[in-house]
Design a protein around this ligand. Structure first.
Ligand SMILES: Nc1ncnc2c1ncn2[C@@H]1O[C@H](COP(=O)(O)OP(=O)(O)OP(=O)(O)O)[C@@H](O)[C@H]1O
Ligand SMILES: [Mg+2]
Length: 254
């Protein structure tokens, strides 16, 4: 099982959107897919469960917080044939207070699921906290979605620094897939200049595939943006998202 995580301490940059679409894409590729929502907001959990007859019904022992302890063996909730979920909810806030060593339990629980899944996709919350670090510590691959807001691009330095520290102290295997630019408006002069500045500063770390700001992408919560596009803009949004998923899957060896 290959483990992939997104991280950015800034909110609203597209972490959940990317994980959600990677999950759809993984299922379409026939990959046995596990998603882990490490965000107490539970946004990913809500959209993944939306297909269930009773979306509000949690499954016993499927809370992602259970990964960080050994008292109860966590069991992911089966959503469909090829998709299972460790759900994010407010119970995760307790983990914020626990020593970072508790992430070793999560690694051990995930290791025990190694044969059952091909890919594990991990969403993380928008703060520099244990749960964001847990995503980096558990993952083999890390992508950093980012919009072109000055706070987000400045924050990338801190984030890359943190990833380096995690690599040194906890997870030498962590590989950076890259920075995914999201909510880009190619017609805006600021975005054009900022994109060039970022590519000069970060080089190949910035992925070629990027996502424009589009309503279809914004609205694609329950189904992927490529399902039933209704017009040119939707089709462009679909193409961009497929290209991003393709680029990420290629980078992680699928
Ligand atoms: N390319 C895009 N174009 C338009 N809207 C987008 C795009 N990408 C994401 N969004 C929208 O922006 C909002 C934030 O996206 P998302 O929830 O994926 O970000 P996030 O980084 O996970 O946020 P948080 O940090 O709060 O968890 C959502 O409403 C989402 O639908
Ligand atoms: Mg999110």
């Amino acid at each position: 099982m290959k483990k992939f995580s997104v991280a950015n301490q800034k909110g609203g940059v597209g972490k959940t959107t990317v994980v959600r679409h990677l999950a759809h894409s993984a299922i379409e590729r026939g990959l046995r897919t596990l998603v882990i929502d490490l965000d107490p907001q539970g946004n990913l959990t809500r959209s993944v469960r939306a297909t269930l007859p009773d979306p509000s019904m949690p499954a016993d022992r499927s809370g992602a917080h259970l990964l960080f302890q050994t008292k109860v063996a966590p069991i992911p909730q089966k959503i469909n044939e090829n998709l299972s979920l460790f759900a994010g909810n407010r119970d995760l806030t307790a983990v914020l207070e626990w020593p970072i060593d508790c992430v070793e339990h999560a690694r051990a629980h995930l290791a025990s699921l190694d044969d059952q899944f091909d890919i594990c996709l991990i969403d993380t919350p928008p703060t520099m906290c244990n749960l964001l670090f847990a995503g980096m510590i558990c993952a083999d691959y890390l992508a950093m979605p980012c919009d072109l807001d000055e706070d987000a691009t400045t924050g990338l330095l801190d984030l890359a620094d943190q990833a380096e520290r995690i690599r040194e102290h906890f997870n030498p295997a962590l590989q950076l897939v890259g920075v995914l630019l999201n909510k880009v408006n190619s017609r805006r002069a600021y975005d054009q200049a900022e994109r060039i500045a970022l590519r000069n500063q970060w080089g190949d770390v910035i992925l070629d595939a990027e996502l424009q700001e589009r309503s279809a992408t914004k609205l694609a919560k329950k189904a992927p943006v490529w399902r039933n596009p209704r017009g040119d803009s939707d089709r462009r949004a679909a193409r961009e998202m497929r290209a991003v998923c393709e680029a990420i899957f290629t980078k992680i060896g699928f």
